[in-house]
Design a protein around this ligand. Structure first.
Ligand code: GLA
Length: 747
């Protein structure tokens, strides 16, 4: 709910309050964000305290405004030139190069948006020039989320060039916070980093042309003492798939400023009279119960307000993907044979990955030519799709529609469609080049070629994008708008394709998680988090993502052992257990496995189907753990909680019992915990300690315990192998091992 009272604005969600007000100089000032405070609480003015006094070299707003020291005030949206020398939310140039603005309140409007959310727009105007700034706040009360966006409009006769424009600016009264970010690179996306903030400016950004695997746009501010269960945490994300820029500044007066923007790198947006620029939406949430609550808010918000609505609540099919099974070695027979095996094991979707089209026999050629290669697929895509459908499977296809190889018919016909600078040899990534999507004829070609492919009975698309931008140049607009216009054009192609093929599911991918962001989540149904499918690596990557994204949008595959990225060996059941916490798929040659392993997979697929709603639509939370070597994950569905214990290394003699505590258990209830007993074929390569032929038990083991115990002291799980004595009943987890429990209320 939003309360507008004279000159103050109070935004209340279920468990948070956000306050701002217009001061006597008509500046929009930030007052408070945190646990609920009544809008009429006595002494609100004391949150900020008395006006500043004149200090040494400070720049004051006006001669008659000695108390208005903008550099030390909490503001909603700052601009340069009037004394606030911190990072600005907007930097824009008039014709003569001036950059000073002084935005003051003119009016506001309170509306309901299409989703029934309260929506406040506060309008500001420069004191002397007809330049207007609108700040919009939308409230998702249920999920404790506020979204923010900004729009600038030029009504001057002269041109205005916008160089920096933030979606969100957020000032905090103290700087005693730490910054949590998700950083990485190809195949090691999303490592969570947590750093102390010191005076100065930190920029977390992307210049790759995508939101990037280097720095995800999702991040958080946390107190020193904040952990998964306790303490303040403020989360942010930007609904944008292009270059982002997040700036965090600790001012000389120990105040903190957070700014989330489209990157100002290579960005200059010229506005003629009557034109405007609208920022993407940014997201913020507050939790007073640590990172789990922050994650809960974000998961619920993304699921209900961002995720592509038609499929957001639908179950996603269990897929088999051809990539790590056969790579480029594609033939109709091979694909059909793999599909038959998959169908027999209970799979629901076959995804034909790279290598099915044009000259594409390896990654140096073919991109851009979206016609099937009849040497490889003599019955064509349609013929293949029909046979796969006849097996009871849906049919999916890989596309990388934004790219072109030099060795392709498309490039031969339209060399000028490639993004490159006239007269300069373009740099290359994975032998491929961007198509200049800012040109209408190019985006139309991309749209039409996708439609042609989908017309062959395709039920699912994996939309890939495998390089970073270089040689910044475009023919469809001013190149200083390229990074934004490219993404806008991409969004419009996706929107058009989805409208034309409403029944098709889409998965975004960019060399793994190079474009894992809310812009894509809003347009596609699920996303490939990383090309790294090693179970241990995935524990880290997925756990980082769960802080900001729900499992329904995170695809996770069981792949081969040794793993193709890390060469690490792990057990099939452990790979499965980690991949369960998201949208499950497999990406390995099912036919190269033993009969026993295939039986294990059939049992896994059946188990996942039984618990699919929990895994895909449940609420992820971390549970307490006694050491960094062990993690406990949980996912809570409508009628069950599934708990996963993961262990990095099998330590010897460090204590045989791990403790399971479920802090959100219902203390009035009694629970049954059933361990999912892994089924491991004796294939000779596994260490003896994991040879379950010794322990073989098909049925699940059950523990009955009160919610009060689970919630408070927790229970000691059955003894774990600690260096001696493999015997029935002992849990043998081994290196990179897992153990899963299904927890249900029984009364
Ligand atoms: C990228 C994707 C992979 C696979 C290959 C195919 O690397 O991330 O999953 O689709 O392309 O070339």
């Amino acid at each position: 709910m939003i309360i507008c009272n004279n000159d103050s604005f109070v935004i209340n969600t279920k468990s948070t309050t956000y306050m701002m007000y217009v001061d006597k100089y008509k500046h929009l000032r930030h007052l408070y964000y945190g646990s609920p405070i009544p809008h009429d609480a006595v002494g609100l003015e004391w949150i900020e305290g008395p006006d500043d006094i004149f200090i040494g070299d400070g720049t004051y707003y006006r001669e008659d405004a000695e108390s208005c020291f903008l550099a030390n005030q909490l503001l909603e949206y700052s601009s340069p030139g009037k004394g606030d020398t911190r990072e600005s939310a907007i930097i824009a140039e008039y014709d003569d190069g001036q950059i000073t603005f002084d935005f003051v309140y003119i009016d506001h409007e309170l509306l309901r948006d299409g989703q029934g959310r309260d929506c406040l727009t506060i309008r500001l105007k420069d004191t002397i020039k007809p330049v207007f700034l609108s700040l919009t706040y939308k409230v998702c009360e249920e999920y404790d989320v506020i979204t923010r966006s900004a729009k600038i409009e030029n009504q001057m006769d002269e041109e205005l060039t916008v160089r920096t424009f933030s979606s969100l600016m957020f000032d905090l009264p103290d700087a005693d916070w730490q910054l949590v970010t998700l950083d990485g690179a190809w195949a090691r996306e999303c490592t969570t980093h947590r750093r102390k903030l010191e005076p100065g400016i930190i920029t977390i950004d992307s210049k790759l042309g995508s939101s990037s695997c280097e720095h995800n746009p999702a991040m958080a501010l946390v107190r020193v003492e904040t952990d998964a269960f306790h303490g303040d945490a403020i989360g942010f994300n930007l609904i944008w798939s292009g270059n982002h820029q997040d700036r965090i500044e600790v001012s000389p007066f120990s105040k903190l400023r957070f700014l989330s923007s489209v990157n100002s790198f290579g960005f200059a947006w010229k506005l003629a009279k009557g034109e405007g620029f609208q920022s993407p939406e940014a997201v913020m949430t507050y939790s007073d119960r640590g990172l789990n609550k922050l994650s809960e808010n974000m998961q619920r918000f993304v699921r209900n307000c961002v995720a592509y609505a038609p499929f957001a609540k639908e179950d996603r099919p269990i897929l088999i993907n051809s990539w790590e099974a056969v790579y480029f070695d594609i033939s109709h027979e091979k694909i059909m044979s793999l599909a038959k095996t998959a169908a027999a094991l209970g799979f629901e979707l076959f995804v034909l990955d790279d290598g099915w089209f044009g000259r594409r026999t390896d990654d140096t050629r073919g991109l851009g030519d979206w016609d099937e290669n009849f040497d490889r697929l003599p019955k064509g895509l349609k013929g293949l799709a029909d046979e796969i459908h006849a097996l009871g499977l849906k049919f999916g296809i890989w596309l990388e529609p934004e790219m072109v190889n030099e060795d392709s018919a498309l490039f031969e016909q339209h060399p000028g469609w490639r993004m490159s600078i006239p007269g300069r040899t373009p740099s290359v990534g994975r032998h491929e080049y961007f198509l200049d999507l800012t040109r209408k004829e190019v985006s139309d070609y991309v749209y039409q070629s996708i439609c042609k492919v989908l017309g062959n009975g395709v039920d699912y698309v994996k939309w890939d994008m495998n390089r970073n931008m270089s040689d910044y140049y475009c023919a469809g607009c001013d190149t200083s708008q390229l990074f934004v216009k490219y993404i806008q054009s991409l969004y419009s192609i996706i929107d058009r394709v989805r409208e034309a093929f409403p029944g098709v599911l889409f998965e975004f991918c960019s060399s793994g998680g190079n474009r894992f962001d809310l812009g894509m989540v809003g347009r596609m149904d699920q996303g490939w988090a990383s090309d790294n499918t090693d179970a241990l690596s995935r524990v880290g990557i997925q756990q980082s993502l769960y802080q900001f994204y729900p499992t329904s949008v995170i695809s996770c595959h069981v792949s081969d052992s040794p793993n193709h990225q890390t060469l690490r060996r792990s057990w099939l059941e452990d790979r499965f257990a980690v991949a369960c916490f998201g949208v499950l798929g497999y990406e390995l040659d099912l036919e190269a496995l033993s009969e026993e392993e295939r039986a294990v997979i059939a049992r896994q697929v059946a188990f996942y189907k039984e618990h699919r709603r929990t895994f895909q639509h449940g609420l992820f939370r971390l549970l307490p753990s006694r050491s960094d070597n062990i993690r406990f994950w949980s996912i809570e569905g409508d009628d069950e909680i599934i708990v996963l214990e993961t262990q990095v290394l099998n330590e010897v003699n460090t204590g045989t019992h791990d403790r399971l505590i479920i802090p959100f258990a219902d203390e009035a209830a009694t629970y049954s915990l059933k361990r999912r007993v892994p089924m491991l074929p004796a294939d000779g390569i596994r260490p003896i300690a994991k040879d379950y032929s010794v322990l073989a038990k098909e049925e699940e083991e059950e523990i009955i315990v009160s919610g009060k115990i689970l919630k408070t002291c927790g229970i000691a799980l059955p003894a774990k192998f600690m260096g001696r004595g493999v015997r029935p009943g002992i849990r043998v987890m081994g290196d990179f091992g897992t153990d899963m429990y299904v927890v249900r209320k029984i009364d």
